[in-house]
Design a protein around this ligand. Sequence first.
Ligand SMILES: NC(=O)c1ccc[n+]([C@@H]2O[C@H](COP(=O)([O-])OP(=O)(O)OC[C@H]3O[C@@H](n4cnc5c(N)ncnc54)[C@H](O)[C@@H]3O)[C@@H](O)[C@H]2O)c1
Length: 593
Amino acid sequence: MAREINSVGVVGLGTMGAGIVEVFARNGIDVVAVEVTEAALERGRAHLTGSTERAVARGKLSEADRDALLGRVTFAVGLPSLSEVDMVIEAVPEHLDLKQSIFAELDKVCKPEAILATNTSSLSVTEISVATTRPNQVIGIHFFNPAPVMKLVEVIKTVVTAPEVVEDVEALGSRLGKVDVTINDRAGFIANALLFGYLNHAVTMFEAHYVSREDIDAAMKLGCGLPMGPLALMDLIGLDTAYEILDTMYRRGGRDRRHAPAPLLKQMVTAGLLGRKSGRGFYTYESAGSPVVVGDELTPAASTAAVSVAKIKKVGVVGSGVMAAGIIEVFAKGGYEVVSVTRGAERSGRLCESVKNSMNKAVIRGKITEQERDSTLSRVSWSTVLDHLADVDLVVEAVVEELSVKTALFATLDEICKSGAILATTTSSLPVIECAMATGRPADVVGLHFFNPAPIMNLVEVVHTIRTADETTAAAAAVVASLGKHPVVCADRAGFVVNALLFPYLNDAVRMVEANYANADDIDYAMKLGCGYPMGPFELLDVVGLDVALAIQRELYLEMREPGFAPAPLLEQLVTAGYLGKKVGRGFRDYRS
Ligand SMILES: NC(=O)c1ccc[n+]([C@@H]2O[C@H](COP(=O)([O-])OP(=O)(O)OC[C@H]3O[C@@H](n4cnc5c(N)ncnc54)[C@H](O)[C@@H]3O)[C@@H](O)[C@H]2O)c1
């Protein structure tokens, strides 16, 4: 039977430590909270009182419970006050030397049977453990930020951690209401190993002025349903901590260039821009420690959308697939007159049916009235002749994802469409510039990357090439905004924003399974419960289709030539074996029974 842990010490009351103190005290465990100076102790105390105060204000904690919680916490400077606790959790900055010296001292002051745990995100628990004379009682307990909210803890056992200690800590995890995954000691464990390559990539995109900070964050929230965008998350984690984690992962994790911290990070840390905790990071906050973002010199000016959208009234949509149907519906609902063009009457008939079906469903769900449906449909004309696009103001091309087909279509559109019309492609992986250069008017060509299902997904990536005129990009973004959707403007690079950030992460998850570090269930848990993702990577891969994921990953790899982007061999094998995901009944999981 696991031994019961009734008192713990927490060393370091920063972003994580203060939250960890709250988790224990909330669950009836006495805590000795330790800092290095009186001033730091006060900050830690203020963090805890502030957080519990907010919980009371939100009705999540009664005043009596708050008082009992605070009554369980003793604050002290220095480690000697930890002589009587059953377990210590260390949460000081991510430096190996510092952690080792603290563990050496803890080994001296703590009772012989006390468990010594580190909350490190990336350092070797084994290396920390050997600074003590009891490495078998040293373990990693990796909480997620904010600790009182996130359900996951990663329990990291080293090759010498005693099995009883692992059991004790697992039992403690469930007592705290957490879900644990127990894993071996590897840089970044599960969640950070998958998260930090993505976060660093997002910083690189921002640093290269590829896309604005607001647009990166909006893209990942709206395109993937993530609770926060990557730059806002960096600010929450703390840029100094994020820098150290990346640096350690780079050195411990096989020198993957994707973990080499973006130069901007180091500059920001040196300049004291540490994120929320210092009041400024990628965003500016009301005050140090505040979650409230305030405007600064990078905040975009209010949009001038109304001006540029006025001249666009009639929209052509070419194609007869799922995306074309969704896009027709979206534009017609947005009040635009729509000309749909397909390659034959039968296709047009099916397309019209599918738009009608989708709108009927919306009526049944009470989202629109029958009149709205009828007036929307009356704005669409169904044609099989491209010449009918002669007088449209905007054409959205949504034909098959094949470059030769798209360039031929753009050449034809160039001949047919009136001068000044915007020509847009919905491609998700081909270079927009190829479509632009098939026309004599590359300044008028943009990408409009809608997400599936278009009527539901609120994100549209507006892709400008090096030849797109600024007015064209602005007009396209304004049209998107007029549809009630969120335009994210980015340059013409493989995967644009969302796919470029999403698919390498999915590919890394496949590599992790391939390396037998963790199984698909644990990884899905880790990302959902540790990072608040709506789906784990394997759930998502099975929905997206493994063939689709492989094709996108290949494009990214071919364009960037980044070794870390090479498709995971296991992904290739599953596709070859025909395990393409839910659509065929089997992918990473079997859906047939
Ligand atoms: N920030 C996150 O999102 C996150 C998430 C999970 C784990 N972690 C890990 O938690 C640990 C702490 O990170 P953080 O973000 O809370 O850092 P932080 O900089 O916010 O806080 C560290 C605290 O440790 C204190 N400290 C420094 N030296 C000390 C000493 N000798 N004795 C006692 N206290 C000392 C500092 O005064 C500071 O308050 C790191 O190992 C980090 O990798 C961080």
